[in-house]
Design a binder for this molecule. Structure first.
Ligand code: GLA
Length: 708
């Protein structure tokens, strides 16, 4: 990491390829944020660390500061990162600079700045890891009690990002609901606070832990963007706060709602990682930088280095009605069209004939699979595919052996109902015995069967979050302990079964975040597999997250919106923009449709490295007109692929035109549909006509540099 430090003025400057991040310690020992924006060459370019806004007796006497990790204490009124109660009931924290160090790491170096309380034995280690080639900074805090007596943490965020003083800011964020995930919202930021959050126990779909800030004028290609995402799959919050002095801060981390952490002497609390970036290149560049960072530094290695296989998933074909014969028939069809990984979804275990029973009993149902899974797996493998399986380990149906044996393993309160949702309850993953059960049942499943893929589902939010047989002081820790337990179990399974890839699913896209992405190779974006609705979901997802990890199924035509049948090509083009999966009932597809599917899967295999690994350009947004166009370009700019999909055509309107991006201006490219090779400049500045006229017309256009 390029790190400049000026000892005399106590200022640090972290240098990325195009960004700088500046910090400093003022005369009172307070760690201040000094700068985050376009690259500055020298430490002396940073503002004076002792400048502050002085206003009135209603504001802090030392002036209004952009504190790097503000604690609640003294006259501090904005969102704090830290709020603590000491053993003598003092509820006021004063953090000053203690020291800094550099940790050299394999992937990148890390700056650690240590703050200490002026009186109490409390340290805060602020970790900064900069990935210069992507202009992304990872931050987290470790809060350490170096005394004897316990300290109660009531708020312990990962960090606060600051934008420069500015007159106008806009927030872009992702929100939605089940079957309508990751929709894009943009709001003008006015003085006050806006919080996006989850208090449901999981990441949630109502909001996604990603944000972007701009000055109200940025678009896909230009404009300053500050953005970030939390790596956390439990309760979280991101608070955007704009004060009357035109300072904007974005704070985020574990939600403080119903949270406290009993920090015993000698112990530490580590916050989730908050990754953030800055670019002048608009939303498009912000996404590309973030995607590349995720592929290289977030998704689990070594699996992330490869391309994702084309998978088949049985859910929409058979729902709970799975058995050896039916799955074999599907596997044969899937293999014949080029599928590489066959995944059996819900219904294979216990008495799971519907969603009212069986969850928690992770043994193969003997009526459905009289000889276990082996004959099906052997068949799948003989067809040249790998085998994958669905599980939902954090949950239990009351009608299950697991619950009958361990009714105390779920979160619950006495004198209150155990609220069921989808007929299920949430296991208390904080409990060591629950963790042991989850690990052992999955370890057994993976050890006894040739399984290469696990779809890890989670189909309800929490309620009655009680764990009353645990000590009183850790009651409100369940929100954090659940996510920590989940991470730990998947990490241990990965370590023991390194060939197994994981998909994070939560009734669709309710568990998409950078925390789970460190442990899973892909995420399920939505249970809505309508190819048109998906364009919106995928566009929102792509603002924050990479295409390699985005699983997209081709479903049956008119599966969801009954009066909207779509051609095979349209469904494939919509799904080929991420990791391709097939989710339809192939036994019902005509020979002609299967033949066409075979064609598109073969095409996908030729271009998937560009989609999954390349730079993504959102050329036409579904929100802006009747055509969506998304282009992917390889890093060496020699190969590109464009997907364009049209929906209702207005009579007499011309076919849409697009201006490509990311190509070499002087290079010549062969383009599907265009007879003569054309230059990158022509494709980008003259543009190309998509020649899409009909409703649901769609295209894949390949662009390849002419080899010398
Ligand atoms: C959730 C998932 C679906 C499917 C079902 C199975 O809804 O999102 O893809 O796995 O559970 O019950």
């Amino acid at each position: 990491m390029a790190l400049l430090f000026d000892k005399q003025t106590s200022r640090w400057l972290l240098q990325g390829k195009n960004v700088s991040y500046g910090l400093g310690v003022d005369q009172n020992g307070t760690l201040k944020h000094l700068y985050f924006g376009s690259k500055l060459p020298f430490v002396s370019d940073l503002p004076d660390v002792n400048t502050a806004i002085h206003h009135s007796s209603f504001e802090p006497s030392g002036g209004i500061l952009q504190q790097e990790y503000p604690a609640w204490g003294g006259m501090y009124y904005y969102e704090p990162c830290l709020k603590a109660t000491f053993s003598d009931q003092v509820r006021d924290t004063r953090l000053v600079y203690k020291e800094h160090r550099i940790n050299e790491g394999a992937q990148s170096d890390e700056l650690v700045i240590v703050l200490k309380d002026t009186h109490y034995p409390l340290l805060v280690h602020l970790h900064y890891r900069l990935f210069p080639e992507h202009d992304i900074i990872e931050r987290h805090a470790v809060i350490e009690n170096i005394g004897q007596d316990a300290i109660t943490l009531e708020q312990a965020l990962s960090g606060t990002w600051h934008a420069p003083r500015g007159d106008r800011y806009r927030l872009t964020h992702l929100a939605g609901k089940w079957i309508e995930e990751t929709q894009i919202y943009q709001d003008e930021i006015t003085p006050g606070k806006k919080t996006i959050e989850s208090k449901r126990g999981n990441t949630g779909v109502q909001a996604n832990p990603w944000f972007a800030i701009d000055r109200g004028t940025a678009d896909e290609d230009q404009g300053e963007i500050w953005f970030g995402a939390l790596g956390w799959s439990g309760n979280w919050k991101i608070t955007v706060e704009y004060n009357p002095f035109k300072l904007l801060q974005v704070s985020g981390g574990v939600h403080d709602f119903d949270f406290s952490w009993h920090l015993e002497g000698g112990k530490s609390f580590q916050t989730p990682v908050f990754s953030g970036g800055y670019t002048r290149g608009g939303f498009g560049q912000a996404s590309r930088n973030f995607h590349q960072y995720q592929r290289e530094h977030v998704l689990p290695k070594p699996i992330a280095d490869g391309v994702r296989p084309v998978l088949y998933n049985s859910w929409e074909a058979t729902y709970f009605d799975v058995n050896e014969q039916g799955q074999t028939a599907l596997a044969e069809k899937a293999a014949a069209i080029g599928v590489e990984l066959f995944v059996i979804d819900d219904g294979w275990f216990g008495e799971r004939h519907h969603d009212r029973a069986g969850l928690g009993d992770w043994t193969v149902n003997p009526e459905k699979f009289p000889n276990g899974l082996k004959p099906l797996i052997d068949k799948v493998e003989s067809l040249g595919m790998k085998f994958g399986i669905w599980v939902e380990p954090e949950m239990v149906n009351p009608d299950s052996e697991l619950y009958r044996n361990h009714p105390d393993w779920v979160y619950h309160f006495p004198n209150r109902p155990r609220t069921e949702s989808r007929n299920q309850l949430v296991l208390n993953v904080g409990k060591p015995e629950v963790q042991a059960f989850m690990f052992e049942s999955l370890d057994k499943l993976l050890s006894e069967n040739s399984i290469y893929f696990v779809k890890w589902d989670m189909n309800r939010s929490f309620s009655e979050p009680g764990w009353l047989d645990a000590p009183k002081e850790i009651q409100k820790e369940i929100w954090v302990r659940h996510a920590q337990g989940l991470y730990d179990i998947i990490a241990r399974l990965r370590e023991k079964h390194p060939h197994v890839a994981f998909e994070a699913c939560s009734g669709g896209g309710a568990r998409i975040d950078l925390g789970i992405m460190r442990l899973t190779d892909e995420v399920w974006t939505s249970d809505n597999t309508d190819p048109y609705d998906r364009l919106y979901i995928q566009e929102g997802y792509s603002l924050a997250y990479n295409a390699q990890a985005m699983m997209c199924w081709v479903a049956d035509s008119a599966k969801w919106v009954k009066n909207r049948p779509t051609p095979v090509a349209y469904r494939f083009h919509s799904s080929m923009m991420g990791s391709l999966g097939i989710g339809g009932n192939l036994t019902q597809w005509s020979e002609e449709d299967l033949e066409e599917s075979r064609h598109w899967i073969a095409e996908y295999k030729l271009i998937r490295h560009i989609v999954q690994k390349g730079n993504q350009y959102r050329l036409l947004s579904p929100r802006a007109g009747n055509t969506t166009a998304v282009q992917y370009v390889s890093h060496d700019q020699t190969e590109s692929v464009l997907f364009a999909l049209k929906y209702p055509q207005k009579f007499g309107n011309p076919s849409p035109k697009v201006y490509l991006r990311g190509l070499k201006e002087d290079a010549l490219y062969n383009v599907t549909d265009i007879e003569e090779p054309v230059s990158g400049s022509a494709l980008m500045f003259r543009g190309i006509d998509l020649n899409l006229y009909d409703d649901n017309a769609s295209k894949m256009i390949k662009i390849n540099e002419v080899k010398a």
